[in-house]
Design a protein around this ligand. Structure first.
Ligand code: C2O
Ligand code: CU
Ligand code: CU
Length: 439
């Protein structure tokens, strides 16, 4: 659904729905009866109006992950509770200087986020702009893939996560791309392919590679990087996005986009906490390399050219203050930031509008925690003191056990309260979230 004449207006309804998954019945939660939810597209300066109705039997709300928009009133308000049967209109403007990129929307009602996301509530929110106007990027065939895992019992219902799955984060053995198992993507001859990728899983990491092809990274969470970076594989933590270009090879044929089990706590192929099978899916979940989608090239290919430069990333000035955030779990299945579980009535971090801050995220626990900040994107500065290989705008950064990651952020444009949290959403629901107040 695209904006027209500067306005993106739609009705969006969350409801329980029975969906056909490659012929098998699945009882899920959907936006507008679609899996994933409708793909929304707007441009900088556009007004967005979403008339949202909750047809679930539980409270919910909407969060526009990664968008730089007001965090009060009818903008991105994660403290809102929309009860069953209630409606709410979200209305905000995308700033004129908003970067182009791959953003998304999902529920953010504390305590139910992992459950609602796992059941299917998520959709892309694409902002088009300067990145899309780079000639080689513009000429590429564009395909978006929303990746998520799912677990189903024999009747097509999502089983209740066990004790362990709530600790490690619920994981399913079915890997869906755009709500399908291994869809085929047809690529016209000689085309450069632009893949927009979103990891919409509540806790599964994806490690993607494409048979016989490199992936050329052109954008991360917050939009374009300065120049394409060639990768053999791409790791996406929950909530992360990336855009890659893929050059056609000389022959037509089928190439599988593969997911190789990734265990951030133990390295690849690990059988540790994240990789332990049998939590929700079959006992083999996470153990094998699996096909996520298949790219089908047809005809002979011509030479496709990559852009040499994309969009410059200005480094942020030195910070006004450095803060530390220590991540760990506590007794009784709770997850902590600086020793505390989330409390609605507490402000954890008070910042001044117009300042620049460095945050050091320190993981003293045993599981990886993808750290996410709402509304204000950041640059990752260093990991265990090592400077990041290239500058990028991010809003999720995975912090592995024993790591210390420094991010730099400018608090601009909007005052009010919002949150930062772990994007393993079972961890978020169990307390790994804090309130940020910008004044
Ligand atoms: Cu993807 Cu607090 O969100
Ligand atoms: Cu978010
Ligand atoms: Cu976590």
């Amino acid at each position: 659904i695209k904006s027209a004449n500067g306005l993106l207006s739609l009705d969006l309804e969350a409801s329980a729905q029975s969906v056909s998954l490659n012929g098998k019945n699945a009882n899920l939660l959907t936006y507008n009866q679609q899996l994933p939810g409708p793909q929304l597209e707007a441009k900088p300066g556009d007004t967005v109006q979403i008339q949202f109705t909750n047809r679930l039997n539980q409270p919910t709300n909407l969060h526009f992950h990664g968008l730089h928009i007001p965090l009060t009133g009818t903008g991105d308000n994660v403290f809102l509770e929309i009860s069953p049967g209630e409606s709410h209109t979200y209305e905000f403007q995308i700033p004129e200087d908003h970067p182009a990129g791959t953003f998304w929307y999902h529920p953010h009602y504390h305590g139910l986020v992992a459950k609602q996301l796992f059941a299917g509530l998520a959709g892309l929110f694409i902002v088009r702009g300067a990145l899309d106007d780079i000639p080689e990027v513009k000429a590429a065939q564009e395909t978006a893939l929303v990746l998520k895992d799912l677990a189903l019992d024999r009747r097509g219902n999502i089983p209740n996560p066990g004790h362990m799955a709530q600790m490690t984060g619920r994981i399913g053995d079915l890997l869906l791309a755009n709500g399908q198992l291994n869809p085929e993507i047809t690529v016209a001859q000689g085309e450069l392919l632009r893949l927009r990728l979103l990891n919409a899983s509540p806790s599964r990491f994806f490690q993607l590679s494409l048979e016989e092809h490199s992936l050329f990274l052109i954008a991360t969470d917050g939009g374009a990087i300065a120049a394409p970076v060639e990768l053999n594989n791409l790791v996406l933590a929950p909530g992360e996005r990336a855009e890659v270009l893929i050059r056609a090879t000389q022959t037509s044929g089928q190439y599988r986009l593969l997911n190789t089990p990734f265990n951030p706590a133990q390295g690849m192929m690990g059988g540790g906490m994240m990789g332990g099978g049998g939590m929700m899916g079959g006992p083999s979940s996470q153990k094998r390399t699996e096909t996520v989608a298949t790219l089908a090239y047809s005809g002979t290919t011509t030479e496709t050219l990559l852009p040499t430069a994309l969009l410059p990333i200005e480094p942020l000035p030195e910070p006004y203050i450095v803060r530390q955030f220590t991540l760990n779990h506590g007794h009784g299945m709770v997850f902590l930031i600086n020793g505390q579980v989330f409390d609605h009535n507490r402000v954890d971090t008070q910042v001044s509008l117009g300042t620049i801050e460095d945050w050091e995220i320190i993981n003293t626990g045993t599981m990886a925690h993808p750290f996410h900040v709402h509304v204000n994107k950041f640059q990752a500065i260093s990991r265990n003191g090592q400077t990041d290989p290239y500058a990028a705008w991010k809003d999720v950064v995975s912090v592995n056990p024993g790591e210390r990651v420094r991010i730099r952020m400018a608090f601009q444009d909007y005052t009010g309260k919002t949150v930062y949290h772990c994007h393993v959403l079972d961890h978020e629901d169990r307390g790994m979230m804090g309130i940020l107040d910008i004044q």
